[in-house]
Design a protein around this ligand. Structure first.
Ligand code: C2E
Ligand code: MN
Ligand code: MN
Length: 406
C-alpha cells in the first residue's frame, strides 16, 4: 500500500489519541526516546498529502510541535512507509539518499529511526519516529525490531479505540431513534390474590426494532451511551399518557432507575399527575452511592401522592439495606422467589418472612412472575396480598375493567 493510498479516510482517526491510548502513546514515546538516546520521538499521522505530528516528546526546544502539519513528500516518513528509505539512517548529513533534503537541515537530523504504524485492518496510520541530532553508528536492526513491536502496540490500541468509537456511534444512533416518540408501552395487571381483582397495572416498554431484545437491554445500552435518562423519561411520559385509560381505583406503576428519579426531567414529567394513581418502581442495576438525595425524593413524591416501590426485591442490588433506606410503600418480589414457590420450602419461608415484614412496616407486597395456579395459591396462602404474572395476564393492552377476562 502506498503512503498516499493509505492516507485516505482517516477522518475518524483524528480523535484517536484521546482516552485510553493517550497514556500508552506517551509511555511508548518515552520508552523509545530513552532506548535510542534520541532528542525527540513522535507519532505522526498521515492524512491526505500531509503528515501531522500527533504526539511528541523532546529534549530542549523541539523543532516540531504537536499538531503541526508537514507536506508528506518532504519527509523521511513517507519514504520509509513506501520502501524508498530504510527504517534506520545512521548519519543523515552524509547519507546521499537524504543529505540534500531540506528537512535534514531544518530538523537538524543526525540519525533517524522510523517504523510504520499500521491499524489492525491493514491501513497505515502513520509512523513512529525518533530523531537524534548526532549521527549514531551504534543503532542497528535490533533497534528497528524494538520500534516495530512498539509501533504495532500503538496500531493495535488505535484500532481498538476506533472500534469502540464506531460501536458507540452505532448505539447512540440506535437509541436516538426512540428519543422523540418513545417506545410503545404495554401494561400488565397487578391483581389481588384474595379477590382476583385488578388493583394496578405495570407499564412496560416495547422496542419493536432490531436487534430484538428485552427492554432492560435497551435501557442498559442507553445508559451506556449517556442517553439513559432521556430514554427512561420518554417511556415514562408514554406510560403516564395512558393513565386515563386505567380503570378508576387502580394505580399505574412505571419503572425508573434512581438517577432518573433524582432528575428534573422526572420531576417535570410527574408534575400534576392525579394523587394516588402513580407508583414508581425503582429498578436498581448499580449500587446507590448516596441515599440521602434518594430518600428526600421519595418523601417529596409521597407528599405529591406518588408512591415508590422497590422492584426485583431479593435479586441483585435491591438488598435489605436498600429497602430499609428507601422505605418504599410497595415491594415487588423478584420472580425468582415466585417461581416454583409451591414446591420449595425455603422460598416459602423467605416469602413468609417478607410478608411479616410488610405487615409490620406497612409495606404492600407484590409477587412478580406468577406463572401458574399452584404458585398463585401458595403465595396467597403465605399471605402475599398481590401478584403479577403470566398466570393472570401477559403484558398487553391496558385492562379496561377491574375484573380479568377469562
Ligand atoms: P421488571 O420491571 O421487573 O418487569 C417485569 C418483567 O417480567 C417484564 O419483562 C414482564 O414482561 C416479565 N414478566 C411478567 N410476568 C411474568 C411471568 O409470569 N414470568 C416471567 N418469566 N416473566 C414475567 P419485560 O417487559 O421484558 O421487562 C424487562 C425489564 O425491563 C423490566 O423488568 C424493567 O426492569 C425494564 N423495563 C421495561 N419497561 C421499562 C420502562 O418503561 N422503563 C424502565 N426504566 N425500565 C423498563
Ligand atoms: Mn418493574
Ligand atoms: Mn421486577
Amino acid at each position: 500500500m502506498s503512503a498516499t493510498e493509505s492516507s485516505a479516510g482517516f477522518g475518524a482517526l483524528l480523535g484517536s489519541l484521546g482516552g485510553g491510548s493517550t497514556d500508552l502513546i506517551a509511555q511508548v514515546l518515552a520508552a523509545v526516546k530513552e532506548h535510542v538516546g534520541a532528542d525527540m520521538s513522535f507519532l505522526a499521522e498521515f492524512r491526505g498529502d500531509v503528515k501531522i505530528i500527533r504526539r511528541i516528546i523532546a529534549t530542549g526546544t523541539p523543532s516540531l510541535v504537536e499538531g503541526i502539519c508537514l507536506p508528506l513528500e518532504a519527509t523521511y516518513c513517507s519514504r520509509v512507509v513506501c520502501g524508498k528509505l530504510p527504517n534506520l539512517i545512521l548519519d543523515a548529513r552524509s547519507d546521499p539518499r537524504v543529505r540534500d533534503l531540506p528537512i535534514t537541515a531544518e530538523l537538524d537530523i543526525g540519525s533517524y529511526l522510523s517504523v510504520a504504524v499500521t491499524l489492525p485492518d491493514g491501513r497505515v496510520f502513520g509512523t513512529l519516529c525518533c530523531i537524534r541530532h548526532e549521527a549514531d553508528p551504534s543503532l542497528d536492526q535490533r533497534d528497528v525490531r524494538f520500534m516495530r513491536v512498539l509501533g504495532d502496540l500503538i496500531g493495535t490500541q488505535l484500532g481498538r479505540d476506533e472500534a469502540a468509537r464506531s460501536e458507540r456511534a452505532i448505539k447512540s444512533e440506535r437509541i436516538g431513534q426512540w428519543l422523540d416518540g418513545g417506545p410503545r408501552m404495554v401494561f400488565q395487571p397487578i391483581v389481588s390474590l384474595a379477590t382476583g381483582l385488578i388493583v394496578g397495572a405495570e407499564a412496560l416498554a416495547r422496542f419493536e426494532a432490531e436487534p430484538s431484545r428485552s427492554p432492560d437491554r435497551w435501557f442498559a445500552e442507553a445508559w451506556d451511551v449517556g442517553m439513559g435518562l432521556e430514554l427512561e423519561v420518554v417511556a415514562l411520559r408514554n406510560a403516564i399518557g395512558a393513565l386515563d385509560q386505567l380503570p378508576l381505583g387502580a394505580y399505574l406503576t412505571v419503572n425508573a432507575s434512581p438517577a432518573t428519579l433524582l432528575s428534573d426531567a422526572f420531576a417535570a414529567a410527574v408534575l400534576g399527575v392525579p394523587r394516588n394513581r402513580l407508583v414508581v418502581e425503582v429498578t436498581e442495576h448499580a449500587m446507590v452511592e448516596a441515599y440521602e438525595p434518594l430518600v428526600n425524593v421519595v418523601k417529596r413524591l409521597g407528599a405529591q401522592g406518588i408512591r415508590v416501590a422497590i422492584d426485583d426485591a431479593g435479586a441483585g442490588y435491591a438488598g435489605l439495606c436498600h429497602i430499609i433506606q428507601v422505605a418504599p410503600k410497595l415491594l415487588k418480589l423478584d420472580l425468582m422467589l415466585s417461581r416454583d414457590v409451591h414446591a420449595d420450602l425455603v422460598k416459602q419461608a423467605l416469602v413468609s418472612a417478607v410478608v411479616g415484614f410488610g405487615l409490620r412496616a406497612g409495606v404492600d407486597i407484590v409477587a412478580e412472575g406468577v406463572e401458574n395456579a399452584e404458585d398463585a395459591n401458595t403465595l396467597r396462602r403465605l399471605g402475599v396480598p398481590y401478584g403479577q404474572g403470566f398466570h393472570f395476564a401477559r403484558p398487553g393492552a391496558m385492562p379496561a375493567q377491574l375484573e380479568l377476562a377469562h
